[in-house]
Design a protein. Structure first.
Ligand SMILES: Cc1cc2nc3c(=O)[nH]c(=O)nc-3n(C[C@H](O)[C@H](O)[C@H](O)COP(=O)(O)OP(=O)(O)OC[C@H]3O[C@@H](n4cnc5c(N)ncnc54)[C@H](O)[C@@H]3O)c2cc1C
Length: 375
């Protein structure tokens, strides 16, 4: 299907496709075993300047389209979805700085975030909630011009390797976003998390113990934190859906390959069994619909349209599609699909993650329904 991508977008797609094949694919087994993305790979990912694709040249970006970012993420996720999260959180921080930071903070951090010399973390979730700002327990109290932060953040990607973390805490005026330098006293890296999937991703607790933050390090205004969160998550949700599409495409391709190679009494199962064909066709229809939906929302973002409701619908649809396609890919493989020797086993585990992160898909339904009912 022709989506009318520009030459530049197609060239980015091809560059990342080749990069992922050459630089990421050979390392997947090692990453899964060592549970760590190699520093050298992280550097190479940053050198590709994926984060900077849709950002202005003034800040070191490429002034490209948002679609080009989606194509890059999709190609990377086609090979290995966990690489997405590493760059996505820095991208989220950069998007937050671009739209809400003072000129001083932009000068100090934005170029570095985009270039990859500064690593970011984006910390909203806490032990008691990842969905409800009213339940936040990280508190920020004024001390002269500074703020003192106390409390715990949980499940935070890059928390142990970030240079700066955007921390959402409560002040008297409500949820507020603080830029915390992780080398400063009071920022403590806590327990590391081990999930069902994404073992290469750095994720865990941040403990804030009297962490002192300069007044100038407020992102946006005091009390504006929840709006900042919603705006940045809307951007990040669409980006993460490109991950769903990449993963689903990979699962479909593995299933097609297996259906052509695995024989039953001398005949490939894809040619012999209508149920296998039914599975493959159902998977392909979900992949095609997910791609078309993704690019249509991306095109709206490039036009500057508000996609609050649609980004939620996209997350619901592509999240379920990726999980179902990965599940069907396992089914096509039979018991081999459950074996760690076959990639579809990992894809099946990975496919669940995006239905929970960046706001669970139940919460996306709440957001989408609100937008629909208000229109
Ligand atoms: C790999 C990974 C990376 C992550 N990275 C980050 C990160 O970098 N930064 C960060 O801040 N967080 C991060 N998270 C946390 C993630 O975003 C949260 O876990 C997620 O938003 C859900 O929050 P929760 O786990 O607290 O669930 P809860 O909010 O406790 O929800 C529990 C259940 O209640 C339901 N529920 C809650 N509220 C409502 C409602 N209003 N209406 C209907 N149903 C509701 C939920 O759908 C869910 O089923 C990460 C998580 C993972 C797994």
């Amino acid at each position: 299907m022709d989506y009318n991508f520009t030459q530049e977008e197609l060239s980015i797609q091809e560059t990342v496709r080749q990069f992922a094949k050459k630089e990421i694919a050979p390392l997947i087994d090692q990453i899964e075993k060592e549970k760590k993305l190699p520093e050298d790979l992280l550097k190479k990912i940053m050198e590709l300047n994926i984060i900077g694709l849709p950002f202005p040249e003034k800040w070191g970006g490429s002034a490209g389209s948002f679609i080009s970012l989606l194509l890059a993420i999709e190609e990377m996720s086609y090979v290995y979805l966990p690489c997405l999260f590493y760059s996505l959180v820095s991208s989220m921080a950069a998007y937050g700085f671009l739209n809400f930071a003072s000129d001083h903070l932009k000068e100090k951090y934005l170029k570095g975030l985009i270039a990859g010399s500064i690593r970011g973390a984006w910390a909203f979730t806490e032990p008691d909630t990842g969905s409800d700002p009213k339940q936040l327990k990280v508190k920020a109290v004024k001390d002269g011009d500074d703020w003192i932060l106390n409390g715990t953040k949980r499940f935070i990607t890059n928390s142990g390797i970030a240079d700066i973390a955007v921390i959402f805490g409560l002040t008297e005026k409500g949820v507020t976003a603080f830029v915390v330098e992780t080398q400063e006293p009071g920022y403590i890296v806590g327990k590391r998390e081990e999930f069902l999937a994404f073992s290469g991703s750095d994720n865990g607790d941040i403990i804030l113990e009297d962490a002192r933050v300069k007044g100038e390090n407020l992102l946006g205004e005091e009390g504006q934190g929840f709006n900042i969160l919603l705006s940045v998550e809307s951007f990040a949700k669409v980006a993460s859906c490109a991950g769903n599409v990449g993963l689903a495409r990979a699962a479909l391709d593995f299933a097609l390959q297996y259906a052509k190679e695995k024989t039953h009494r001398g005949v490939p199962i894809g040619l012999k069994f209508q149920m296998t064909q039914w599975n493959l066709a159902t998977m392909a229809s979900k992949v095609a619909a997910s791609r078309a939906f993704l690019y249509s929302v991306g095109a709206k973002m490039d036009k500057g349209e508000d996609v609050t409701g649609e980004s939620s619908l996209l997350k619901i649809f592509t999240g379920a599609a990726a999980r179902e396609v990965a599940s069907d890919a396992v089914q096509v493989h039979g018991a081999y699909g459950l074996s760690k020797e076959y990639a579809v086993e990992r894809l099946y585990r990975e496919s669940k993650v995006n239905e929970v992160v960046l706001g669970t898909n139940e919460l996306q339904r709440v957001i989408a329904a609100n937008v629909l009912l208000r229109s």
